[in-house]
Design a protein around this ligand. Structure first.
Ligand code: NOJ
Ligand code: CA
Length: 683
């Protein structure tokens, strides 16, 4: 007895010494806790001896996120990190189902328990801060609220202290954040311990089989968050720097974006989560039925192949005559939109990273906006507008109102925007005149993208941003933000140096696609870039329409190439872009994914499967089909010799089968391959 209590005394002393030496890492008292409605996930909030706040997450009683820090460093006020004491806490439960105007599914259930932790810093005039946690069945979101208070009227955030320490050894799928090529880096698969500075969504799988996707939701008027690994398996929030002063400067009261963790025990459940959308505010725009989810073609791939130019000259692509030819092609094949890039002044000379000569209202002499749009509208085809800024946000903002007004006057109801410049080199307006350089994912970048949406919405115009700030689910609040780029898309297959790897899309679907729709522009059936072959089979190009969700989808290839492949082209004509239900039915991060979706406007189902650089055989139960119906499955699959390289890319088998909900389909997908299926109920 005596001996053991003596030892206990010793070890307590050791612990106290340890606290004094390395105190920030030691989490002490649990001051609040909560669990998800079904008790799968739980959160504990701690305060240590120095009053530092941290949180930890458990899944089914096992630690997933070890105690990890919370807080901020401010520019002109003591840190919001330490000296905290609990003031009060509240819990509440929510369960509602809301309807999406368009999307992967029509109805979304939003069911969570909320924990509000109100803390106070007695040493600093009783400054207050609130951390709000929302616990869902499949993840956790938390955010900070800065209340209105005399002690901290304007909050100037230099650094966010939020950390995410993954408890078990994990593998990560991630790409670089905060570098010159913005969001357009290839994905890495490495031990979590080898991550540098990453974008989000960043996905990890632990050795115990737990999957976590780290991201953020509702990023408005705030700097975007990169994740920098500090040590071991700890990722720390790194706010995009501002050009001058703190990363974030705002008048209280305001909330931070949600820091989100989707946490599941299988890869498809990561994809099937609605957590990001649920953490966004409801629709602010009201009726957006003027936005028509649809497919489009356009004057685009031909420029990337260098067959024509954006600039003026003998090879100018955006002529009235060429536009009319695309309109005819669109009308013949049932596409609603024709994108026209290079119609406006400013493309001559060096436009990227400069944009100084762009006019968003003046056309080149060989393009007649009025005539081209009227020609289209007669045939039920709408021009899709294009605003490439070259990163010159200042110039764009000065013309934005007139630019949208002009398009609206000509029946153009969706616009693709672009910001081609290096990370940190976008030009923002300086208050009082002039410009300065900055990141598009900075706080002022986030303000700009919102301003574009609000201005476009006034004219009933939908936005597809290229070189965007990352998607954080704002399409729920602004349903005219219909798609965006924000990753390596098909254009890299035109340029080469290098083309996208065969596993690129199998990485995308478990990273970038967890944030929202992507304008990837699939469907290049010629499988040829500018002198380089695309490392994909034809069947995979079709499958991407189902796998990479977007309510607008381009048929990116040249019309003459579609003329060569009428049979696979049929799938591109058939596939819808708006769904009543969607579900990933099989998949593994970076390896393969199979997604089933039901058309919002018919009883048809569709399925898309993609593989990485390996042959995959996946058995897929068709239990999603209506058990009372028989279906014809129109199957577009890789042939037995299909491969990601050479002539074998064109080895496609197109066949029909009668199937029911009781059947199990064996999908065989080649390296760089895939399968696309349309299920039509039999009469
Ligand atoms: C980059 C965009 O991603 C691409 O689609 C567009 O054609 C060029 N910029 C020119 O705006
Ligand atoms: Ca791009």
């Amino acid at each position: 007895m005596r001996l053991s209590s003596h030892y206990r005394f010793l070890s307590v002393t050791t612990a106290l010494v340890a606290i004094c030496l390395v105190s920030p890492a030691v989490a002490d008292d649990v001051i609040a806790q909560a669990s998800s409605p079904d008790s799968t996930l739980s959160v504990k909030v701690y305060v240590n001896v120095e009053g530092k706040l941290s949180y930890g997450i458990e899944r089914k009683g096992q630690a997933v996120i070890a105690p990890s820090r919370l807080g901020f460093i401010l520019a002109d006020s003591p840190k919001l990190d330490g000296q905290f004491a609990m003031q009060s806490q509240q819990t509440s439960s929510h369960d509602e189902t809301w309807e999406q105007p368009w999307g992967e599914r029509r109805f979304v259930r939003n069911r969570y328990n909320e924990l509000r932790v109100n803390v106070v810093q007695k040493a600093y005039d009783n400054r207050r801060m609130t951390v709000v946690f929302r616990l869902f069945e499949d993840g956790v979101g938390f955010r900070y609220e800065f209340p209105e208070q005399a002690q901290l009227k304007t909050v100037r955030i230099v650094d966010e202290q939020t950390e995410f320490t993954v408890a078990d050894n994990a593998t990560a799928w991630w790409n670089l954040g905060g570098e010159w090529n913005n969001l357009e880096y290839s994905y890495n698969q490495t031990p979590l311990k080898e991550v540098g500075q990453a974008n989000t969504p960043l996905t990890v799988k632990t050795d115990k089989g737990v999957y976590i996707s780290f991201h953020e939701a509702a990023l408005t008027d705030f700097a975007s968050m990169w994740l920098r690994r500090t040590e071991g398996q700890t990722l720390k929030a790194r706010l995009t720097p501002a050009s001058f002063g703190p990363s974030v400067e705002r008048l209280a009261p305001f909330p931070s974006p949600w820091r989100t963790l989707v946490i599941t025990d299988n890869a498809p459940a990561l994809y099937n989560s609605d957590l990001i959308l649920n953490l966004n505010e409801p629709n602010k725009l009201g009726d957006v039925s003027w936005f028509k989810p649809s497919k489009y073609v356009g004057i685009w791939w031909e420029m990337h192949l260098e067959k024509s130019t954006w600039a003026q000259g003998p090879k100018h692509g955006a002529t009235t005559a060429n536009t009319k030819a695309y309109i005819d092609f669109a009308a013949r094949n049932g596409f609603r939109g024709v994108l026209v890039e290079g119609w406006n002044k400013g493309w001559d000379g060096q436009w990227y990273g400069s944009g100084k000569d762009f006019s968003f209202v003046e056309a080149y002499p060989d393009f007649d906006l009025k005539a081209a749009s009227a020609y289209g509208l007669k045939k039920g085809v709408h021009l899709i507008g294009h605003h490439e800024t070259g990163g010159n946000i200042a110039l764009y903002e000065s013309q934005m109102e007139d630019a949208f007004k002009l398009y609206a006057a000509h029946g153009v109801d969706s616009v693709k925007t672009g910001y081609v410049t290096d990370g940190g080199a976008a030009q923002f307006p300086k208050p009082g005149g002039g410009t300065h350089y900055g990141f598009t994912d900075s706080q002022e970048g986030s303000r700009h993208y919102t301003k574009v949406l609000e201005t476009a919405a006034k004219y009933k115009i939908a936005i597809n941003s290229h070189e965007p700030i990352k998607d954080t689910g704002l399409r729920r609040t602004y349903p005219n933000w219909v798609s965006r780029e924000g990753a390596r898309g098909q254009e890299y297959n035109a340029w080469g140096n290098p083309v996208n790897a065969p596993e690129h899309e199998a990485n995308l679907v478990f990273t970038r696609m967890l944030s929202g729709p992507m304008d990837f522009t699939p469907g290049v059936l010629s499988l040829e870039g500018n002198k380089r072959e695309i490392l994909s089979t034809q069947a995979k190009q079709l499958a991407l329409y189902v796998v990479l969700y977007s309510p607008i989808q381009m048929a990116a290839d040249l019309p003459e190439n579609y003329a060569k492949y009428p049979k696979p082209f049929q799938f591109i004509k058939d596939v819808p872009v708006d769904w009543s239900e969607s579900s990933m039915v099989a998949g593994e991060v970076g390896d393969y994914a199979v997604i089933a979706r039901k058309d919002r406007n018919s009883e048809d189902w569709y399925m898309g499967g993609i593989s990485d650089d390996q042959w995959r055989s996946v058995d897929v139960p068709l239990s999603f089909l209506d058990p009372a119906k028989n279906y014809t499955a129109q199957i577009y699959r890789d042939g037995n010799k299909a491969d990601s390289k050479g002539p074998a890319r064109f080895d496609i088998v197109i066949e029909s089968k009668t199937v029911t909900a009781k059947d199990v389909l064996a999908l065989k997908m080649a390296p760089g391959g895939g399968t696309a299926i349309r299920f039509v109920p039999k009469k």
